[in-house]
Design a protein. Structure first.
Length: 443
């Protein structure tokens, strides 16, 4: 409907007159509501390339002066089609896709996916103990590196460049360990169905022990710089508030949920990978704001260091891949002139055993193994909350469907509840406290 006779309705004027956009409700109510619209309100696009937002996130804000009246998220700018692509790759190749979703916590993506595949295969209890301990070790190191980015990026977004430098400096300690173990700093593809791609190389345990010692000493620097800093607290305390009822309604998990005082952690409530055998505390706060989430991430890093030390004590010699040769991909890898691959000794062993062994190896790598018909849901406690994966198999060598419950996607729903009624400057703080990674949101 258009026309210039409805001067009382707040709409938009065009060369053809005034245009009304109606999304439902009685027309009289729509016109009355439009008449009450404050002309001082404006719509602001923050992103998708704004330097103070996490990645390619678009925030559409309706503001009245400095007050945010309405806030909406625009996502999809980083869509990669990973879940759909996995339907055209075999089960092992899926790990190279899932590791690229939330690129700040790749080892959680890999482990969740592989736990689901192993559950479908019925080999959960057959995964070697050494492989399981190394998975926990790598996930906890990954939790630390992810939280360091959250704290560093959040600090940068409120003007604390020192906090940003500290965070990325310490993250390098973790990434050096990842590079030693997997050959890559990110996107590892290290966790495989049935175990791991390869065992820990020589010198890894010493480097991890040195790294833990260094990181533990540097935790004090974050307390000195930020925890009791009046300027830092003034920007975070009572900003981005979301109480327990809001978290439950929106499905928020991770530090956002634990900041309300609820100690919900899947490592305790629904253990996997033997987490019930590790001693650690669930970090909680009762502030339900951005400051509480910062404190939780800081404490979780300390607890992760405790778990890493326990993993080092638990590591015993043994295989890192299941014994079933119809499932087990080669785990005897080495770095050669063309990069990481099967060691020459392992290739000679395969080719020297028998023609049948060589054919089987060829079919396993090119075609892949078959997974029984069924569907499972497996969840792990990632750095951002509950990371769940629903895997469906039709009995073939490829997944029929793989869908992830990514915590960034779910937690991002809380943005409107946290920001509406607050200041524009506080939007950045609230989003930083959610710590969304758009690779996980858009996957």
């Amino acid at each position: 409907m258009s026309g210039s006779e409805h001067e009382s309705a707040g709409a938009r004027d065009t060369t053809e007159g005034r245009v009304y956009t109606v999304t439902g409700g009685d027309w009289g109510e729509v016109v009355d509501a439009a008449a009450q619209v404050d002309d001082e309100r404006i719509i602001v696009n923050m992103g998708p390339q704004h330097p103070s937002t996490h990645g390619v996130l678009r925030l559409v804000l309706e503001i009245d002066g400095e007050t945010v009246r309405q806030a909406r998220c625009g996502i999809g700018y980083l869509h990669t089609g990973i879940e759909k692509n996995m339907e055209f790759r075999n089960w092992v190749q899926g790990t190279t896709f899932v590791t690229r979703m939330d690129y700040l916590m790749p080892l959680f993506n890999e482990t969740a996916y592989c736990l689901a595949v192993e559950k479908l295969l019925g080999i959960t209890d057959d995964v070697p103990e050494r492989a399981t301990v190394i998975r926990v070790l790598m996930m906890e190191l990954n939790r630390i590196s992810s939280h360091l980015v959250a704290i560093a990026a959040g600090g940068m977004e409120i003007g604390s460049t020192t906090l940003m430098i500290y965070g990325f400096r310490d993250r390098e300690v973790i990434l050096d360990i990842f590079e030693l173990v997997t050959g890559l700093r990110m996107n590892h593809g290290y966790v495989r169905p049935g175990g791991l791609a390869q065992d820990l190389p020589p010198g890894t345990l010493d480097q991890i022990r040195e790294g833990v010692k260094l990181l533990r000493s540097r935790m004090l620097e974050y307390d000195k710089l930020a925890t009791d800093n009046p300027a830092f607290k003034a920007r975070l305390v009572d900003v981005g508030h979301l109480d327990l009822a809001g978290c439950m309604a929106l499905g928020a998990t991770g530090p956002i949920l634990r900041a309300t005082g609820l100690p919900h952690d899947l490592r305790k409530s629904d253990p996997y990978c033997g987490y019930e055998n590790y001693e650690f505390e669930v970090a909680v706060a009762d502030t339900a704001d951005s400051y509480g989430r910062f404190l939780i991430r800081l404490e979780e890093m300390r607890q992760s260091l405790r778990i890493v030390e326990q993993c080092l004590d638990r590591l015993a010699p043994g295989p890192v891949m299941v014994a079933d040769k119809k499932i087990a991909w080669p785990a005897q890898l080495a770095v050669g002139p063309d990069g990481l691959g099967n060691s020459l000794d392992h290739i000679r062993k395969i080719m020297g055993e028998s023609m049948e062994a060589l054919i089987h190896h060829f079919k396993l790598v090119t075609e892949g193994f078959r997974v029984p018909v069924g569907q499972v849901y497996v969840a792990v406690e990632s750095a951002r909350g509950e990371l769940g994966v629903h895997v469906v198999s039709d009995g073939g060598t490829r997944p029929y469907r793989v869908h992830f419950r990514d915590p960034s996607f779910t937690n991002l729903q809380a943005m409107a509840a946290m920001c509406e009624g607050g200041q524009v400057a506080d939007v950045i703080v609230a989003v930083a406290s959610i710590d969304p990674v758009m690779g996980g949101v858009d996957r």
